[in-house]
Design a protein around this ligand. Sequence first.
Ligand code: GYE
Length: 328
Amino acid sequence: MLKKTLIAASAISMTVMTLSACGSDDSGGSDDGKITMGFAQVGAESGWRTANTKSIQETAEAEGVELKFTDAQGKQENQIQAIRSYIQQKVDVIAFSPVVETGFESVLQEAKAAGIPVILTDRAVDVEDTSLYETFLGSDFVLEGEKAGEWLVENADDSDVDGDGKINVVQLEGTTGAAPAIDRAEGFASAIGADPSMSVIASQTGDFTREGGKQVMESFLQSEEGIDVVFAHNDDMGLGAIEAIEAAGLEPGKDIKIITIDAVKDGMAALAEGKINYIVECNPLLGPQLMELAKKVLDGEEVPERVVTEETTFTQEQAADVLADRQY
Ligand code: GYE
């Protein structure tokens, strides 16, 4: 009996000690002058993501920001868990690229209640209360989809590969529920809406991965007649589609036109080689702007609610010109 009481008492004092250690200022607070950032990344699904992670890690190192980094492996629950652990660790600022748009409200409220500012990078969340985050840094995905669709409308004559007067597009969507998948589909549909000969005859998620793009394209090649064009929401899925098209004995870029988004090095190489027809750029090098925004937020400076990254587009000729200097 006595022994039990002693154990219980020491357990209590340990808990108290742990709690008070957590409450002290040296557990990640800003008193040491160094910023501690918790970053909850989506995963490592694509070339874009790898370049994005590298940019954030390298900039943090160069700027003296202590970075706590987690990879959610494409799972929202992992990302929420990581954010909760950053709140417990009392980091100075939390940044993350939401796997999907919805379902983050309560964890964002927890961060707000703990007084920890949150910066969204790359992807948006769908919340009513926008005071749950300081700013959102990333691309305009609707615009990216529009640029892809506008190119197709401008190149309609060349894109009716089977010459039947109809341009049949199959779409390889990004991760279901993710902002870039929703917005790119919307932008593309509105741009091709200008040309009644065009329609998206099939659309399915390839989860932003090369393997996903390959598998979905294999099944489209079996189930769909007269595919003229593939619109892939990222380069990796387009590269997977190229494998499927070649395996079916067709020539990518000629027998079936391919439009993608990102402009990572592998995508640009395929574009220069003629296997992809057009790429809309999406810039993954968000590290410098993210660290700058974090410093401003922590210094109490005003930051814009939305920071849009500037991007361009590439034809096959333009890709050939810049390929050698492409860093990622
Ligand atoms: O286009 C894709 C990645 O959120 C913009 O996610 C990002 C997208 C990017 O997996 O390659």
